[in-house]
Write a protein of this length. Structure first.
Length: 142
């Protein structure tokens, strides 16, 4: 039997339990609002989700613009599923983000531009959306 009263019997290390450093946790990457909206817009414009899925996430004419774009969107074409290649946002004034994203679908690349506005409830909502009419051939991978 051990005569040392600071450690349980059978424990031979010199560190007391309260000196053990806390476990490191992975810092969760915070998703920026324009990245999140680009994914949602792509889902609607490619036909993966219905337009009304964005109803609570749009303000002003943005919902009408989506309703007009979605049924005839070239991203609905049969073939490779479209993916976001890049997404950039700029904040011209506090509470507003103007963003653009390039969408790759097979051999073609298209652009989406949209504007987000921060509401009084601190939720971002899409205020405008445009889909580029021209499509460019995808550049060869480097």
């Amino acid at each position: 039997m051990s005569t040392n009263r600071t450690r349980p019997a059978g424990r031979h290390d010199r560190c007391r339990p309260e000196t053990v450093p806390p476990q490191r946790t992975r810092a969760a990457r915070r998703v920026r609002p324009h990245h999140w909206f680009a994914e949602r817009l792509l889902a609607v414009l490619s036909g993966q989700r219905p337009v009304h899925w964005m109803l609570g996430h749009t303000i002003g004419e943005a919902y009408d613009q989506l309703a007009e774009l979605a049924p005839h969107s070239p991203l609905r074409a049969v073939g490779a599923r479209p993916v976001i290649r890049m997404c950039h946002g700029a904040q011209p004034v506090p509470g507003v983000v103007e963003a653009c994203a390039s969408i790759s679908s097979g051999e073609r690349v298209r652009a989406i531009a949209f504007r987000l506005e921060l509401g009084r409830d601190l939720r971002w909502r899409c205020a405008a959306v445009e889909l580029g009419d021209e499509c460019l051939p995808a550049a060869a991978p480097r």
